[in-house]
Design a protein around this ligand. Structure first.
Ligand SMILES: Nc1ncnc2c1ncn2[C@@H]1O[C@H](COP(=O)(O)OP(=O)(O)O)[C@@H](O)[C@H]1O
Ligand SMILES: [Mg+2]
Length: 259
């Protein structure tokens, strides 16, 4: 049985200025099995964040259903950890307190929080930075704090919305390697939103290619590439060509268009 099931989901947003609703998502169906790493790939505005937010429980479908672990998603829960594009850290708290923030909310004693935080600080490679403040770290390091914070609640599912969008290429590639290691170690299930084809192919066990307006799943591709993935390999490029043809059907065959 799949861990996440999105069935016939549509989402309309009222748009008073246009006088008719925006169809952000139309009849989306997805199943994610335990331990999968699904990348949601599509152009800006195609409804990726809307879909992720519905799995997280921040938003709800206009029609259709979203189930996680056999239950209808009604609200956010500790079974789903979310990592946003900006790490959204508390600037006045040191790294370890940011990582253990949810425990503080639950009233856990300082000693417990400090101990629990350490395991995840080590896991994301921030050992030695426990007492630094977010302003003393690079963007990539802050994102690691955000990932550690999401992992600490031991969620079944990690939901990530363009978490590396603001990082330079080199740091992004390092973070990809790190995330794959964390995904394996934590045995979690990840849904990762991106608009980058290379990023989706570097990470996913599956890539769901979405189309814009209204947002739909064009194709769900299982990615059969060895890790670490080589973005210069012929097979990587075969996948890339195929995804490009789905995203830009008019550009898939330039000769035909010229004729
Ligand atoms: N709260 C909202 N109110 C009105 N329209 C929204 C809202 N959230 C998203 N939309 C619209 O839904 C569409 C999909 O948005 P979004 O899910 O943010 O796309 P993506 O994450 O793929 O860039 C866009 O056209 C956007 O303008
Ligand atoms: Mg988005």
């Amino acid at each position: 049985m799949s861990l996440i099931t999105v069935s016939n989901v549509s989402r309309l947003f009222e748009d008073a200025k246009r006088g008719k609703p925006v169809v952000a998502l139309e009849d989306v169906n997805i199943e994610v099995a335990r331990n999968e790493f699904l990348c949601l790939l599509g152009p800006s505005g195609c409804g990726k964040s809307t879909l992720l937010n519905m799995i997280a429980g921040f938003d709800h479908p206009s029609s259709g259903t979203v189930c996680v672990g056999g239950h209808d998603v009604q609200a956010p829960g500790a079974d789903r950890g979310v990592v946003f594009q900006q790490a959204n850290l508390m600037p006045w708290l040191p790294v370890w307190e940011n990582v253990a923030f949810h425990l503080k909310m639950r009233g856990a004693p300082r000693k417990d929080r400090r101990e629990r935080a350490q395991r995840f600080i080590d896991m994301v490679g921030l050992t030695g930075f426990e007492n630094h403040f977010p302003s003393e770290l690079s963007g990539g390091m802050n994102q690691r704090v955000g990932i550690a914070r999401a992992l600490l609640m031991n969620p079944e599912v990690i939901l990530m919305d363009e978490p590396f969008g603001a990082l330079d290429e080199q740091t992004k590639m390092d973070m990809h390697a790190e995330l794959i290691r964390i995904w394996r170690e934590s045995r979690s299930t990840i849904v990762f939103v991106t608009h980058g084809i290379d990023e989706a192919l570097a990470l996913g066990t599956h890539v769901a290619v979405m189309s814009a307006r209204p947002g739909r799943i064009r194709e769900l591709l299982p990615i059969d590439l060895d890790r670490p993935r080589d973005p210069t390999s012929p097979r990587f490029n075969d996948y890339k060509r195929h995804i490009l043809s789905l995203l830009r059907p008019e550009a898939a065959n330039p000769m035909a268009q010229a004729a």
